[in-house]
Design a protein around this ligand. Structure first.
Ligand code: GDP
Ligand code: ZN
Length: 467
């Protein structure tokens, strides 16, 4: 095996603090002999990989017993980093972990840097860069969908797709380079019609991946829904109902919700971050509230979706339209969902006024937040809005969740478009080849086929130590 690293690194792999168990990870050429030197069974040094060993760890110099442990042994290349590696499961006390780490450091190991295990796995060819980044995403995943997307990326789904796209372009790129080698002679090895067709297909796929980032971003970071409406419309009550816990302050006095209260709810695997705002009114009673109203308007600008809540017994549909118009004047593209509350109090005449009431393309939802009535309609409407915005329906397909990947795809798309335009304009081989090279470079950066030290450092330092 081609071992890139001559030193052996060590770190705590489990979270710091007290737990039932703590795992200390050791990887590198001396991993096994180093641990064998402090383990009750010295024969550990010659044991095969994928084996477990029970024993004690003792400082050979002082003789102090550190802990009873279980040691998992891995042999290169069958380990996460492709090196010899040992995972020591100790009792989860800070003291034991500190003693053990100190002992291993004294015996010649080096404390791992942030993300160094994963970085070694990448540099030793166990993972490509997109997969390595998926490790971080997987650890951070907190909803069913974000977990699924990270797992797919880790298992190489995205990487495989990129390799296929690159592979198809590489053939043409090398034919173009060959034309360049022939210099003055006017030869065309690369069939221009075939190249044009191929470019069209690859560009479409890159564009689709780029579009999926919109959903990817939502999956990873959640979708921010700002709940706005007049004082006493029931915003805090609705938020409480959605969160099923009394987090917001519910009060019968108008204008009492002055601070933003937010929390997250997972619907159908998508994370929604709901933000309750101070009541919006035209004549704020005091200055504190005026600041609140101003901040509400700012907050509306950060929303992915505005949920405008109104009291069915208070406003007419024309008034609701007017209020939404005023709120979104500065944000014409912001999707809006209108929700009528206090359905339990509304008269038939009042309800008739909202018959077929459509705002921003969707029928207004009616509910009674205080009774938890109609909440499923709201949830369905929210999901429909997110999906309608082209944000979902990607089940099973590759979804780009990483900003770095999205940027690289955008660069690739730009250069692919330039090659297409160049072909249409009958451009010379030199310029075509240059743009194609750039497009290939951008795609290669995602998986790390092309990478720089700076890039690797910036990616892996975002990991924690022990990963
Ligand atoms: P906010 O100012 O928009 O946050 O409104 P709140 O959530 O504080 O609610 C104002 C008042 O309306 C409270 O007394 C709530 O109990 C009441 N309320 C909220 N939703 C409903 C509902 O669906 N039906 C009825 N009857 N009262 C409600
Ligand atoms: Zn409120």
């Amino acid at each position: 095996m081609s071992n890139l690293f001559s030193d052996t690194i060590v770190a705590l792999a489990t979270p710091p603090g007290v737990g039932a168990l703590a795992i200390v990870r050791v990887a590198g050429p001396d991993a096994v002999s180093l641990v064998a030197g402090v383990f009750s069974k010295r024969s550990l040094a010659t044991q095969p990989g994928n084996t477990l060993h029970y024993g004690t760890i003792r400082d050979p110099d002082g003789g102090a017993l550190i802990d009873e442990v279980v040691v998992a042994l891995y042999r290169a290349p069958r380990s996460f980093t492709r090196e010899d590696a040992v995972e020591i499961s100790t009792h989860g006390s800070d003291y034991v972990v500190r003693q053990l780490l100190a002992l291993l450091l004294r015996r010649g190991a080096r404390l791992a840097e942030a993300g160094e295990f994963t970085k070694r796995a990448f540099l030793n060819g166990a993972l490509d860069l997109a997969q390595a980044e998926a490790v971080a995403d997987l650890i951070a995943a907190d909803s069913a969908l974000s977990h699924q997307v990270a797992l797919n990326q880790l298992r190489g789904g995205f990487s495989q797709e990129l390799r296929t796209l690159r592979g198809r372009l590489v053939t043409f790129a090398s034919l173009l380079e060959l034309e360049l080698d022939f210099g003055e002679e006017d030869v065309e090895f690369a069939d221009r019609t075939g190249l044009r067709a191929l470019l069209g297909e690859v560009a479409d796929r890159v564009a689709a991946l780029l579009r999926s980032f919109e959903l990817g971003n939502v999956i990873k970071n959640g979708i921010t829904v700002v709940i706005a409406g007049r004082p006493n419309a029931g915003k805090s009550t609705l938020l409480n109902a959605l969160l099923r816990e009394e987090r917001a302050i519910v009060s019968a006095i108008p204008g009492t919700t002055r601070d933003f209260i937010e929390d997250e709810v997972s619907l159908d695997g998508l994370r929604f971050r709901f933000v309750d705002t101070a009541g919006l009114r035209d004549d704020p009673a005091d200055e504190v509230e005026a600041i609140g109203v101003q901040r509400t308007r700012q907050r509306v600008g950060q929303a992915a979706l505005l949920l405008y809540l109104f009291d069915l017994t208070e406003l007419t549909s024309a008034q609701v339209q007017a209020e939404i118009g005023a709120l979104t004047a500065a944000h014409p593209a912001l999707p809006v969902l209108a929700v009528g509350n206090k359905l339990d109090l509304a008269s038939n005449a009042q309800l008739a006024g909202f018959n077929g009431f459509v705002v921003d393309g969707s029928t207004a939802v009616q509910l009674a937040a205080a009774r938890g009535q109609g909440l499923e309609n709201l949830q369905a409407a929210l999901l429909a809005r997110v999906r309608g915005a082209g944000l979902a329906g990607h089940a099973g397909a590759t979804i780009v969740t990483n900003v770095r990947h999205a940027r690289a795809l955008a660069v690739a798309a730009e250069h692919l478009a330039a090659v297409q335009a160049g072909l249409d304009a009958g451009q010379g081989t030199e310029l075509l080849a240059a743009d194609l090279r750039h497009a290939l470079g951008a795609l290669g950066e995602i998986t790390g086929e092309i990478s720089s030290d700076d890039l690797l450092t910036s990616i892996f330092t975002q990991f924690c130590i022990g990963k």
